[in-house]
Write a protein that binds this ligand. Sequence first.
Ligand code: FES
Length: 98
Amino acid sequence: MTQLTLITRSGTHDVPVELNETVVAIAKKHKVTWGHACQRGLCAQCRTQVLEGASFLNEITSEEKLRLRKAERAEGFRLGCQIMIVEQGNVKLAHRPY
Ligand code: FES
């Protein structure tokens, strides 16, 4: 079974992959704290580093292009409220707010 691994300050949480749901929504559903405020790509409280499985995710959104620097994006940073898993596969994400 494919797995989504969420790494937060409180530890590592393995949850089932859910397609076309944002990471913020999935974390909330499983009671994993994944800071967020706006859910519109503005506040960056949900800043996330993709450690594994980038190819199973949606394309970087225009909100992420506006909010995150190019250098950050090159290091795998995205926004948890924008990331969705679109294809089954193992994905590992870390919550990395500023
Ligand atoms: S919740 Fe504000 S940018 Fe994601």
